[in-house]
Write a protein that binds this ligand. Structure first.
Ligand code: MEV
Length: 327
């Protein structure tokens, strides 16, 4: 086999409106952000071995003899599953891979690092064997993501694949949202890592235990999402900020906020944000805050002085990029 290698990159994300409810068929507004994860893949002549290395870990897998623990996948397991699946699809035998991952998306804080790994890995491996389109990449990546948490709505993989600002509903075609460029956001890291799988399971239990209440909350979340499309199109920062605050209250009601999240949200809102909410799975992770552009630096410093990491972000409009292919 000739030298074959490829590099792909995918952006992180935040969920502006509708996380968790999207798992139950509601719409969500998703935004890709300018933080990226890169995956480099090279076909090697080392039997069926996969050598894999990230910024912090390194491991060698033997594809033929791997045994995955059913309920506890290790960090690289979803990637190895992906390799095996694509090798099966493409009827590839007896080749190995060298995989290197580096990322500027912080891990485990709700910014879509796991979705971006799935998207960039699928894009890089698929592009070695064929010319994949974004639909192929999204569908493959969503399958990988379902290994990590089986109720995954696919939201993280979709936005990491297509980029921009989109309205998304599970199993439906996404819609791009026109937005006004003056919207300015800060992401604040609560410093508490979370497991998306556990938080999704927690909400599932809440929905079963308090079904009627959950249905009502879900209806309100749906309305907030529809209203937000209009306020964002109109460049209405005050209106969008109020909807962000309302959306957060719903997330608090379904039990995924905590004292640290509440404290940071109060501080950013008191400092002059239009609105702030937890973003993604909750239980820790990150907060997204819509701020007046001219106040961005001041609010950022104020929150950093409290000991939190703050990332000013803009929308990434590119989505997944296949950067280099040698076939
Ligand atoms: C996680 O980023 C978003 C959730 O809504 C889960 C999902 O959509 O699969 C919490």
């Amino acid at each position: 086999m000739n030298i074959r290698e490829s590099t792909a990159s995918a952006p992180g994300k935040i969920i502006l409106f509708g996380e968790h409810f999207v798992v139950y068929g509601n719409p969500a507004i998703l935004m890709a952000v300018n933080m990226r994860l890169n995956v480099y893949i090279k076909v090697i002549h080392d039997g069926n071995k996969i050598h894999i290395q990230s910024d912090s870990r390194k491991k060698i897998y033997d594809q033929i003899n791997i045994k995955f623990k059913k309920d506890k996948l290790s960090f690289f397991d979803p990637i190895i599953h992906t390799c095996r699946k694509i090798f099966d699809q493409e009827k590839i035998q007896n080749v190995g891979l060298n995989i290197k991952i580096n990322s500027d998306i912080p891990n485990g804080i709700g910014l879509g690092s796991s979705g971006a790994v799935s998207v960039a890995t699928n894009a890089a491996i698929l592009s070695i064997f064929k010319k994949p389109n974004k639909t192929d990449i999204f569908l493959n990546a969503s399958e990988t993501e379902k290994l990590i948490h089986k109720y995954s709505s696919g939201a993280d993989c979709l936005i990491s694949t297509v980029g921009g600002l989109v309205l998304y509903k599970k199993n439906q075609k996404y819609r791009r949202i026109n937005y006004n460029n003056k919207f300015s956001f800060l992401i604040i890291d609560t410093g508490i890592k979370h497991s998306t799988k556990k938080m999704v399971e927690k909400v599932k239990k809440f929905s079963e235990r308090e079904n009627e209440r959950f249905i009502k909350i879900k209806e309100t979340a749906n309305q907030i999402c529809n209203d937000a499309i209009k306020t964002m199109k109109n460049g209405d920062e005050i209106g969008t900020g109020l909807l962000i605050r309302e959306n957060h209250k719903l997330l608090e009601q379904i039990g995924i906020s905590n004292v640290v999240i509440e404290k940071i949200i109060k501080k950013t809102n008191d400092a002059g944000a239009f609105g702030s909410k937890l973003t993604g799975a909750g239980g820790g992770g990150s907060i997204i805050s819509l701020v007046p552009i001219e106040e961005k630096e001041r609010i950022k410093k104020r929150i950093e002085n409290q000991g939190y990491r703050v990332f000013p972000v803009i929308i990434d409009n590119q989505g997944v990029l296949i950067k280099k292919i040698v076939r």
